[in-house]
Write a protein that binds this ligand. Sequence first.
Ligand SMILES: [Zn+2]
Length: 462
Amino acid sequence: MGTAEPAWLSFLGGAGTVTGSKYLLTVGERRILIDSGLFQGEKQLREQNWAEFGIPPGSISDVLLTHAHMDHVGYLPRLVRGGFAGRVWATAPSIRLAEIVLRDSAFLNERDAEHAAKRGYSKHHPPLPLYTTADVEATLPLFRAVGYHEPLDLGDGIVARYYPAGHILGSASIHVTTPSTNVVFSGDVGRHTHPVLRPREVPPGAVTVLIESTYGDREHPDPEIAHEPFADLIRRTVRRGGSVLVPAFAVDRTEILLKTLSEMQAEGRIPQLPVFVNSPMALAALAVYRDPAYRDELRPDLDPAHFIDLPALREIRSTEESVRLNHPRHPCIVIAASGMATGGRVLHHLKHMLPDHRHSVVLVGYQGEGTRGRSLVDGATQLKMFGRYVPVRAEVLQDDEFSVHGDRSDLLDWLAELSPGPRTVYTVHGTPEVSRAFGAHITERIGVPALVPTLGETVRLD
Ligand SMILES: [Zn+2]
């Protein structure tokens, strides 16, 4: 063997933005994509989902998935539609969750295209879905399960290993060795502890490290009483005869939310209220979390059968039940996807509940730029949905305590624990300002150059 083939890395998404994670590793003729996420949020970002991929998808041999969130997996069916026919590696629970997420995504894409066609507010004529259920059906057989810590031999001297990331069920950081170098992809990194999952692990170090920076510029609150502003809002809303709407990310956040509400009720901090989970996807994901097969992924002190204890929990399956919930007659809590109110059943609830000052809306996760969720947090008085503006009179609260992304300290600790330490760090999965600010902290604290890659940039790794 002569000189080892150099490794190149291209930042095709999740660079200078939080969504669309896609990192292309090229070694000789081999092309391996780490994550295949959808761009979400602002229109100019979303439009990139429609653009030519840049390289022929058919030339990629493998996709390594860190976890099953849309901004990491949601582009896969489009990639397959474009000719990708290789293998998609992910942990077993990630595969289960990815199937749920992708089917839902195709369904929403098809339905939104249909709605837009009827009402004439799309700029595509006729309006097209980004991908269809048929594309998802073609994607699912490509999945291959990989266990944590096991060496995954991809051939040509390339070996990958997955480590628990403590972010959502099945989430991983991935360590990749090539003949000339090695690199760690952090994926989304959880906090030191997760309410439901076993804590994250730090993978072995590497020459190059890509680290997410969603919350790289801030520290999460460490309150005396957990989620007290949320509990207070529920009490206040019930007093004025209103209901609480929570747009929830169907995977993971719903589980944490239900566990938190269980605890609040058990402690007598909020009244006993009907809690409606109006998201078939969230309910399907909940079943995966409760599957005994993944018991090892949950906190050892948690009883998978009983960590959610809400006597008045109702699961909403049909559209008719969902429509009835648009005008709740008695105070209740409604949980519906999607979490940034970019689509899904929550839009119908928002349309009916936002104009009524008695109701409340609680955002429980990161709200991307340009999303309706972000507009609400920023104090919008009107919100556009279904082509019309809806007045915002309901009370709005953001509860950051639900975050399953590490804050600045969590991320710096993760980085500092890598052994051996990295020679170069790339801060990804953040807005340019946050990624830059976080990079400066990394250099200050760990003494390693930290760079913010630009979208489309390619670097040589060794
Ligand atoms: Zn994530």
